[in-house]
Ligand binder design. Structure first.
Ligand code: HEM
Ligand code: HEM
Length: 243
């Protein structure tokens, strides 16, 4: 009797192990399938490979890969750095220019800011559709990685908040928003001097915070490059050498 029970238990265990093995194989296959699905294909064309262009000895790849930013996000990053810097300088220097320059300088300032807002939407959509590479690990452990993620998040929030405060500032004066000289959006409010003064302060404070944070962020990138000697900065640059 004991032998029969023992044999049944052994048989049950063998079955259980077999089921676990099949389930694990199934899961591994599912993970592989989902990884293959992440390398999106259209009509059998691998989009990651298709987004790669070879120019002389250099490789230009629009999409991100597991270990570096693609040319799409790199271009958006540096274009926005230029626009934000020019926008900030134009905002600061407007009052130092002759009176009849104020209008054109303000127009250029507003246009640079509106372009930042537009490119931000493109950049966030791109990031969602084509996730960027994971941050390079450092000797300072996960706390440093979280600090970097928090810094990037704050930069994104400020890149949104500064132009929105700028638009609110125009509307608070009851003035229409001139969109790249193409059309105007009428202010939904009548002029409110007190509100305008507060929004002006908020816009200036947020813009200065953005610039200070961007300086710290750039300093961190240079520390990565020269002190930690990792690829953080080079993978945010265009393009890479083939082979
Ligand atoms: C990233 C984008 C932007 C940055 C970095 C930025 C930065 C600045 C700075 C530094 C000032 C000067 C503040 C002062 O000392 O008086 C300023 C003023 C101003 N900004 Fe912006 N700004 C941006 C986007 C915008 C946008 C999108 C608009 C509106 C469409 C706008 C409208 C204004 C206005 C109306 C002023 C007040 C100018 C004056 O005092 O006469 N800004 N901005
Ligand atoms: C207005 C100035 C700047 C802003 C608003 C800004 C914003 C950002 C943001 C939001 C990211 C995260 C990208 C993502 O994963 O979606 C990023 C990444 C990066 N930025 Fe900037 N940036 C600025 C200037 C600079 C400068 C001047 C440098 C270089 C000296 C720089 C170097 C980098 C590098 C190397 C990364 C990649 C970080 C990594 O992979 O860990 N940035 N930047």
């Amino acid at each position: 009797m004991k032998n029969i029970l023992g044999a049944r238990r052994a048989g049950f265990m063998t079955h259980l192990l077999a089921i676990i093995c099949i389930a694990r194989q199934g899961r591994a296959a599912a993970v592989m399938r989902s990884q293959q699905a992440r390398r999106k294909t259209i009509s059998g064309v691998d989009l990651l490979t298709a987004s790669r262009v070879k120019i002389g000895g250099l490789i230009m790849q629009w999409r991100n890969s597991a270990d570096r930013y693609g040319a799409g996000l790199v271009t958006l990053h540096w274009l926005m750095v230029v626009l934000i810097s020019c926008g900030w300088l134009l905002g600061q220097l407007k009052d130092a220019t002759p009176r009849d320059w104020h209008g054109p300088v303000q127009f250029l300032h507003n246009s640079a800011g509106l372009l930042v807002l537009l490119l931000l939407v493109v950049r966030l959509a791109w990031r969602l559709a084509d996730p960027p590479p994971a941050l390079e690990p450092t000797r300072f452990g996960p706390a440093a990685t979280w600090a970097a993620k928090l810094g990037h998040g704050a930069l994104y929030v400020l890149m949104l908040a500064v132009p929105i405060a700028g638009i609110t500032l125009i509307f608070s004066a009851g003035r229409p928003l001139n969109v790249f000289g193409l059309f105007e959006i009428a202010s939904p409010w009548v002029r409110d001097r007190e509100f305008g003064r507060s929004v002006h302060e908020v816009h200036e404070l947020l813009a200065n915070t953005l610039i200070i944070l961007a300086f710290l962020h750039a300093a961190a990138a240079l520390v990565h490059h020269w002190v930690l000697r990792d690829r953080t900065l080079t993978r945010m640059l265009l393009p890479r050498r083939a082979g």
